[in-house]
Design a protein around this ligand. Sequence first.
Ligand code: DX5
Ligand code: ZN
Length: 218
Amino acid sequence: MIKLAPSILSADFARLLEDVKKVESAGCEYLHIDVMDGHFVPNITLGPGLVKSLRKDVNMVFDAHLMIENPDNYIKDFVDAGCDLIVVHQEACKHLHRTIQNIKSYNVKAGVALNPATPIETIKHVIEDVDMVLIMTVNPGFGGQSFIEGMIPKIEELKKLIDDRNLNIDIQVDGGIKPTNVDKVVKAGANIIVAGSAIFNSDDIVKTVNLFRENASL
Ligand code: DX5
Ligand code: ZN
């Protein structure tokens, strides 16, 4: 069974809670929260204050995707705001092992994200410490970009590494995922599907969410 993680980046920020309630009542399990600092990626989004406000009214798993430099400085803030899962970028962490331990010290789940150009090889010595690996299927920074086809073998490679070591680690994919290509990423091994524009820009969110699930069942 896959889990769906709508990305609030494509929601209407002026009607954010309303939009989030729509995906929650459509049965989506995770809320994917894209945090950007204008340094690690060329865009700025939101901070822990907004997460804290949403937390009061939403019961989904809060999945913070930190696309920021020096993420260690902000991990506690996002945990205190109510995040259940904190994902940092391999490329943003000088001491990735330490950062993962830092996240886990707060008793929340830890994830590591890899940009399209970053090999799986770079996390093979820390993978046993994480709960989830996020394979970026676009370059991070913006919603609505096209899926990079070359990421399919990368997802397969990660799945093989996880299976070979008999680990229980989720594989999340993020960027350009739509009902028309979700089958490919699931077949490759992904089980948590982020979708921003495909869900929030659709006319009928419930229908789109159901279509994602139908097309993902292999
Ligand atoms: C990109 C973000 C994604 C983005 C996905 O940097 O990490 O979560 O919102 O949006 P879509 O699904 O539109 O590609
Ligand atoms: Zn994201």
